[in-house]
Design a protein around this ligand. Structure first.
Ligand code: NAP
Length: 274
């Protein structure tokens, strides 16, 4: 089925913003774009052909906003979008024992509960139509763990469990539920995760993939049938290394990454103005 309409979350920055560009310019979809920062959504709408981007700013952690957003998409697209892209997500680096319950709740609400809530609303109308796609932008951290990112990695593992389960539940319905799982990507994600103020220039995380490459690859994934998709050049290798070489992988992760993330967190702590 040709996709004509999409609801994309996290459209103000990074992967989500680039996904909207690609869906509009390469696939001619009309997109309802959402995120909290209205000025960013406005500038995205202004950059793309008139009428192709609708915007609805708001906080996905707010259940009332999610209901409102879904209502808007039902009206705008007469029965709901052909494609739901659950892309919005927040990262957070920190020692797990120092996390507050509030931080843990915020991560789970945005990364898991909000996408679950939108997916549950989308699947009914899609099943009734016999077509549609629900895409979750998950992560390689939905398959592997990472020190100082325990809450984030847990939320993405849960997303992957949700996707796998729904893909079985919806088999034969015409509705495809799938996850695209990037590796490190250039975006505001790392600044947000380190508690820095995200600027307009994306922070360069070591070994990060360009946002445009990742977004292009995710859009190509719309034509595939797989439940788990690995965009860009490195994501598949990370997950395959974990699966095929578990002992060297664990050794590397336990040996190298704690020091790396600790240095990153210390640097952010000393360089971020209070
Ligand atoms: N960058 C990476 O290395 C990487 C790797 C693997 C997976 N991912 C995943 O890719 C997805 C996109 O991340 P990104 O790298 O593009 O990060 P990003 O540049 O920080 O963008 C995150 C987007 O989510 C939105 N968002 C965050 N909290 C929100 C909330 N409470 N309500 C509504 N929108 C909210 C942000 O918009 P506002 O701030 O305007 O609300 C922004 O548009 C996420 O799910 C992330 O987990 C990223």
């Amino acid at each position: 089925m040709t996709l004509k309409t999409a609801l994309v979350t996290g459209a103000s920055a990074g992967i989500g913003r680039e996904l909207v560009r690609r869906l509009v310019l390469d696939r001619s979809l009309t997109v309802l774009a959402t995120a909290r920062r209205e000025d960013r959504l406005e500038s995205l709408r202004a950059e793309l052909p008139p009428g192709m981007v609708l915007i609805e700013p708001g906080d996905l952690a707010d259940e009332g906003f999610r209901a409102h957003l879904w209502g808007r998409s039902m009206v705008a697209f007469q029965g709901g979008p052909d494609l739901l892209v659950n892309n919005a997500g927040i990262g957070h680096y920190g020692a797990f024992e120092e996390e507050t319950a509030e931080t843990l709740r915020a991560i789970v609400e945005v990364n898991l509960i909000a996408p679950m809530d939108l997916a549950r609303r989308a699947i009914g109308p899609m099943r009734a139509r016999g077509s549609g796609q629900v895409l979750f932008v998950s992560s390689v951290l939905g398959f592997v763990g990472l020190p100082y990112s325990a809450a984030y990695a847990s939320s993405k593992h849960a997303v992957n469990g949700l996707v796998q389960s729904l893909s079985y539940e919806l088999r034969g319905s015409g509705v495809r539920v799938w996850a695209s799982c990037p590796n490190r990507t250039e975006s505001e994600f790392h600044a947000v995760a380190l508690g820095e103020r995200p600027g307009d220039a994306p922070r360069r995380a070591p070994l990060a993939e360009p946002t445009a490459r990742v977004a292009k690859s995710i859009v190509r994934g719309l034509d595939r049938r797989s439940t788990f998709h690995f965009p860009g050049r490195s994501a598949r290798w990370v997950v395959e290394a974990h699966r095929l070489l578990p002992r060297p992988f664990d050794w590397f992760m336990g040996r190298w990454s704690p020091g790396h993330f600790k240095r990153e967190m210390d640097r952010a702590r000393t360089s971020t103005p209070k």
